[in-house]
Design a protein around this ligand. Structure first.
Ligand code: ACO
Length: 698
């Protein structure tokens, strides 16, 4: 098998369904991981050939032990290595001789403790030898289809439809154990470890195609290749439920953020928006994840259809209505229909509205009547059954009836969701029968709503702005050739002109006299700005003097500008000043684009000016080359009402601002030279936008 480039789909079939499997480091000592893995493989019911390897030979758990891998004469698809890190490379060499396509390295002691060299060594060797590596530093894999439990989990695993990908070992093992006590079961579990080769995108792609995986649950700390991950996620989440927990949200935050808006936004915001655009669901804790997995894997698809609620408590019914409204879950609202269909089962003092209130005197039999009627009712697709504990309600009988009906609902591909407030004894009946069981009304509707969530997909493909890229590239190449990573103001002005972004009239001057002439040419009032490649944040350095009304003020401002700049950075080389037209009025925005090593091009927009860091009203997204996305970004800003026209004022020119962000995103996306680009402020008025201050970092 040849090593495939990471962008190509990889066939991981034999990793999950090996015909022959070796465990190197298999031990007769029950306290060793190599023993547990072998035991789990045998006891899990794996029916392929198993080859324990240990120089001591002999028999372990009834299996003949081979002194070396090379002594095994049959085909091995997967080799599990559980020997100390120092020995791993030697074993890998044997794997190459045996042409084993998949190797799982359980051993710790690599990059996670700083031993990057050894990890690179095994990674490169595996790549050259056509071996796909999982790990190192993993707990193994589980595959329900082949009855393969090649992990050192301590308990049996419940089989089902959830495929899990876990970057955390301990958490992954706990999730396997949890699958037994939860309603759902696992179709597969894979531990990512240090991701020397195979990563989350490989498995997401595989589980996306694997019919036994109906839900995919991913725990990750960070993604290896953001663009590939989200491309794959968009494909998979369109077909299957994908839940993602991502921890360590702030680790790369500062690095991913824009330099000027460093404290505003980070990787996490981009990650969040990409997840929801892809159609996956980000969950913040395990309980929420389990609740959704339970509901989805057992109750089937919760489609956006109208819901009927039945309750024996008026108060709980009101809570349910409130929650349904809060989470935007549509309730069946044809009251005449409900009266005709269900009226006969409800006491005169009950309610035939939705929620149907069968009152506190309801017996298990009363619930059963409503449930059976709704089962046959073609208009009802989701039935939420709420129960409050009362002295006359026989819990055992009720759970027997409910479970009987629940299985019929499942067969009829309808959702039956049960929420019992006040009686825990009933929960075990439901869990044992693998049915979801809720104790909070709010959770019921929050889960239905999450599973119903409209996929915020923008299916259009990436189209870049039509710009004179070649000319822009020539300009930037000249800057790069001079080993500068910022542009002089006249270059920035030229770039803005090439981008067809409005800017105030402006002239660069190296000395006072020339600057004064420029001011006269433009006409007062004017703005003076320092030009120095060493001073990026001009305002902080006192490098911007506004609203200079006449020649006298101009002289004073010029001198103060030089003094302030010198005070800010006495080593700064001052190239000159920029004299520009004073633009007043309008509203200040910040817009920008940057290259992120993981997510590709990011774009931002928000409230600009010098208070950016205080108001933190910023939207940040991955650049997908779709203007609609940028409109959405402006729509989610707190300043939206101002932009749309506040108290009778006319709406501002949002389309032009969108166009500017689109151009900046396109340039960063297309250019190999631009790392970051930002306009702050971009003045927005009712009929135009004007870039007042522009920064480019190469
Ligand atoms: N080929 C075959 N067998 C070998 C070889 C070899 N080249 N060299 C040694 N062995 C045998 C040993 O003799 C031993 O067998 P024995 O018990 O019969 O003597 C067996 O392999 C294991 O070797 P040990 O040196 O005893 O190593 P041990 O089992 O104690 O530890 C392990 C190995 C588990 C890989 C350890 O080094 C390690 O990395 N532990 C951490 C694993 C881990 O946590 N991974 C991440 C999981 S995720 C999470 O966080 C839960």
């Amino acid at each position: 098998m040849k090593f495939q480039e990471s962008t190509l789909p990889k066939d991981l079939y034999y990793l999950f369904n090996p015909r022959g499997l070796a465990v190197v480091g298999a031990s007769s000592d029950p306290s060793k991981i190599g023993h547990t893995i072998l035991k789990n493989i045998i006891e899990g019911g794996y029916s392929g050939n198993i080859y324990p390897v240990n120089p001591k030979k002999g028999i372990i758990l009834g299996k003949k032990v081979f002194a070396r891998l090379t002594e095994v004469n049959s085909q091995i698809d997967v080799c599990v290595i559980s020997v100390p890190a120092l020995v791993v490379f030697d074993v890998l060499k044997d794997c190459a001789i045996k042409k084993i396509p998949f190797v799982l390295i359980i051993s710790s002691g690599f990059s996670e403790i700083g031993n990057k060299e050894e990890e690179e060594k095994i990674k490169n060797f595996a790549k050259e030898s056509g071996i796909r590596l999982l790990g190192p530093n993993i707990f193994g894999i589980f595959s329900a289809k082949s009855y393969l439990n090649a992990t050192f989990s301590g308990s049996c695993v419940s089989r089902g439809s959830v495929a899990m990908i876990s970057q955390s070992g301990a958490l992954g093992l706990s999730l396997m154990a949890k699958s037994v006590s939860e309603s759902f079961g696992l179709s597969a579990m894979v531990s990512l470890g240090n991701k020397a080769d195979l990563d989350e995108s490989d498995f997401l792609e595989y589980f996306g195609k694997d019919k036994t995986a109906k839900e995919i649950f991913i725990y990750i700390e960070g993604v290896t290749d953001g663009e590939r991950f989200f491309r794959t996620l968009s494909k998979v989440a369109g077909k299957k439920l994908v839940l993602i927990i991502k921890s360590g949200s702030s680790v790369r935050g500062a690095a991913a953020a824009f330099s000027h808006t460093g404290s505003l936004a980070g990787e996490d915001i981009v990650f969040d928006s990409l997840i929801s655009r892809a159609g996956a669901i980000r969950v913040t804790d395990l309980n929420q994840a389990f609740s959704l997995l339970n509901l989805h894997s057992l109750a089937g698809d919760v489609k956006k259809s109208e819901t009927l609620i039945v309750t024996n408590g008026g108060g709980v019914g009101v809570l349910a209505s409130d929650s349904a409204e809060k989470f935007n879950v549509p309730l069946f609202s044809d009251l005449n229909y409900l009266k005709n269909k269900y009226g006969a089962f409800i006491p005169s003092f009950g309610s035939v509205k939705n929620p149907i209130d069968i009152t506190g005197q309801a017996l298990a039999e009363d619930y059963l009547k409503i449930l059976e009627a709704s089962l046959k009712d073609p208009k009802i697709k989701i039935l939420v059954c709420l129960c409050c504990q009362t002295a006359i309600l026989d819990n055992r009988k009720l759970s027997k009836y409910l479970l009987r009906v629940a299985s019929k609902f499942k067969k009829a591909r309808k959702n039956f969701i049960f929420c019992f407030i006040g009686a825990r004894d009933i929960e075990s009946h439901f869990r044992n029968q693998k049915y979801p069981f809720y104790q909070s009304v709010e959770s019921v509707f929050s889960d239905i709503s999450k599973l119903n969530k409209e996929k915020n997909l923008v299916s259009k493909s990436k189209v870049l702005a039509k710009l004179p890229y070649k000319e822009i590239n020539n300009l930037l190449e000249n800057v790069a050739m001079e080993k500068r990573n910022t542009l002089y103001s006249f270059e920035l002005a030229e770039l803005l002109d090439k981008l067809s972004i409005n800017r105030p009239k402006s002239f660069f001057s190296e000395e006072y006299k020339d600057a004064l002439n420029s001011a006269k040419k433009i006409g007062f009032p004017v703005v003076l700005k320092i030009v120095s490649k060493n001073i990026i944040h001009k305002t902080e350095a006192g490098g911007v003097k506004l609203d200079i009304k006449n020649e006298l003020e101009f002289k004073k401002s010029f001198n103060r500008l030089m003094q302030d700049a010198g005070r800010y950075d006495s080593h700064a080389i001052i190239e000159g000043v920029d004299v520009s037209e004073m633009v007043s009025g309008g509203f200040e925005l910040i817009v920008g684009a940057k290259k992120d090593p993981i997510f590709g091009t990011l774009i931002t927009c928000g409230m600009g000016g010098k208070y950016v860091d205080i108001f933190k009203d910023i939207s940040l997204r991955h650049f997908d080359g779709v203007k609609e996305t940028i409109f959405q970004m402006f729509n989610e800003l707190k300043i939206r009402p101002i932009l749309r026209g506040f108290r009778g004022e006319s709406s501002m020119d949002i389309p032009s601002a969108v166009e500017v962000v689109y151009k900046l995103g396109s340039l960063v996306d297309k250019s190999d030279l631009v790392k970051e680009i930002e306009i702050n402020p971009l003045i927005i008025e009712k009929d135009k936008v004007i870039a007042l201050d522009f920064r480019v970092i190469l």
